[in-house]
Write a protein that binds this ligand. Sequence first.
Ligand code: LLP
Length: 383
Amino acid sequence: MIKGKFPLEQFKAVETPFYYYDLSLLKLTLEKVKSLAGGFGYDVHYAVKANANKHLLELIAKEGLGADCVSGGEVGAAVEAGFSPDKIVFAGVGKADWEIKLGLEHHIFGFNVESIPELEVINQLAAERGVTASVALRINPNVDAHTHHYITTGLNENKFGFNMEDMDKVIRLLPALKNVKLIGIHFHIGSQITDMVPFQNLCVRVNEIQEFFESKGIRLEHINVGGGLGINYEHPNHVPVADFESYFKVFNNHLQLKPHQKLHFELGRAIVAPCGSLITKTLYVKEGATKQFVIVDAGMTDLIRPALYQAYHHIENISSEGPLKTYDVVGPICESSDTFGTERTLNETKRGDYIALRSAGAYGEIMASRYNLRQLPGVYYSE
Ligand code: LLP
């Protein structure tokens, strides 16, 4: 969505801030993912946590992707949006009983399991229903994703998954769990990874782990390498900006799949980030002691990523063609971290100008809160 393409006139009467999704860009991204992954025979599950907007979910389901869920709420939303339950995987380090039961009720494809007590509870709940639950063991590969430490998940110090040291114990336990069927292994090393080396390192680790299972005579049908592919947040926002091609190639070149095995991915950000913008209006332009502030009506409650992870989002004044000036763009919330960008170059800005925060389709709307008793942002779509 470039400046000229944003139908500002259409939105003059609408309250700000709001999320604006470019659905044609989302479709373009999905087509790209499908054709590249399809070419290698890979299965892609959309990570619902990135954006559970109903409209987007329905579109992604219609394109035939699976869903990766992390809560009962997400499993319910995925089923409702039309994802086929046999393409739904359910991950999470702390699944509550009702959430496991919901997964069993829908006969989802499988649970990504993260601990021995969870395995035992799934077995017990499946036995009570008289069904067998398919499970993949989430293994912590101890691979550094070199991303923000809040979104690194695959190191030994992180809370996620089994350590390989636990595996002998798990393998000894499994035959006693009659209502659990081991179908595969699962990994996820972190998010917003744009360097392909960590993924290559993951492949090497998965190959070693595969050898371990083989030496125990265990046949795994499914290898799930999670998500994490990052996007270039500085790219102008009108193309699918994740490097899907290099990403899938890394797995094709470095992961040794057995002929009977299927490779699964759980991509969130790379699919939905580019298609969303947060549109906000300038309330005031304030002369500070040393800098000029553009104070907008969106805050960290609408888009928390800059405050939480010091994340960069491209900021654009879509109302003005004036000379370029330097501003700090801030929100109205009573926290200093409520800053969208410092020393940003924008066309000269005045009260009432519309400001777009780009590439906000992932972990934007879904992470909005009502802190300060603010309203949740509105949502609009282009076809
Ligand atoms: N699979 C698992 C097990 C995950 O934990 C995640 C993300 C994904 C897949 C999808 O990862 P993606 O492809 O979107 O990178 N709120 C943070 C990101 C948190 C990611 C959590 N897990 C942010 O705004 O950057």
